[in-house]
Design a protein around this ligand. Sequence first.
Ligand SMILES: Nc1ncnc2c1ncn2[C@@H]1O[C@H](COP(=O)(O)OP(=O)(O)O)[C@@H](O)[C@H]1O
Ligand SMILES: [Mg+2]
Length: 301
Amino acid sequence: MARLVLAPGVPPCAIEALTPPPVRPGVPPIVEFSHVTKTYEAGTRKAFTAIHDVSFVVEDLADVGEFISIVGPSGCGKSTVLRLIAGLAPQFPQTAGGVLVNRDPVAGPGPDRGMVFQDYTSFDNRSVLDNVAFGLECRGVGRRERHEAAMEWIAKVGLNPSKDACKFPHQLSGGMRQRVAIARTLILKPRIILMDEPFGALDPVTRQNMQDLLVDLWREVEATVFFVTHDVAEAVYVGDRIYVFSKSPGTIVQQYRCMPPDRPSRVMQREPGFQESVLFIRDLLDKLEKGEKVWTPPPPG
Ligand SMILES: Nc1ncnc2c1ncn2[C@@H]1O[C@H](COP(=O)(O)OP(=O)(O)O)[C@@H](O)[C@H]1O
Ligand SMILES: [Mg+2]
């Protein structure tokens, strides 16, 4: 089955002309990078440029957000890109270029953006219920209301409200902890969800279950997602679009449009067209790791 478009050299079986997402007139892009460069410790002898001249536009689609997967060699600046969108130091602010959310330059963290990390970032001394309700508590939502909302989200992420709500993080498996992290972020209804290798520490079966859960929740919350992963199959499965970054200083060398994940991960990942797409991107990443030349799209205009 066909899956990818955009770059020449893609094997014919992997090419499919999918209609680009409709741009809504008058609605600004939800996220825009314009020639963004980040140099750590700029102006010192330790200056290190992590990303260079990164430009992309993600439109604010009606009733559904785009799901953007980001892959690239280790250290190419994927986390830097996510944390610039989140407005988190020391990645934020960028050294040059513009990082815009709804056409406004990012000025720091905000409730419109939520982040899920790979490490289990729950508070050890809070129950699952209080971890999930934490953001609402910070917003001053009353105890009863925030606990009701938290119980709902505990169920939505596939935990058992009556059994799991009163547990503490050390009593949970890795998969359960990431369910808590996802609930804690989504309860705040961010328009943009930033996920940095969220399933990187999970075993393969749990990982596939989490991919399916994420896709279901994403459809429900209609947010735009930026999803960093090392796992190319995961990127192709969950993503509407994949950005492939070069070695550091990272920049986008390719982007692909993918078929929507309309079947469970374990089904789709067995299909020949899917596997061919994954192998194609893995080969591209191998070339990038080795510093070999790859085709890059011509600059716009
Ligand atoms: N605070 C920092 N100071 C100096 N260098 C950093 C800092 N954060 C990241 N880097 C460097 O920038 C590069 C990109 O980092 P990162 O965005 O974490 O990459 P990735 O997530 O793709 O692995 C890496 O070489 C990393 O060592
Ligand atoms: Mg990283």
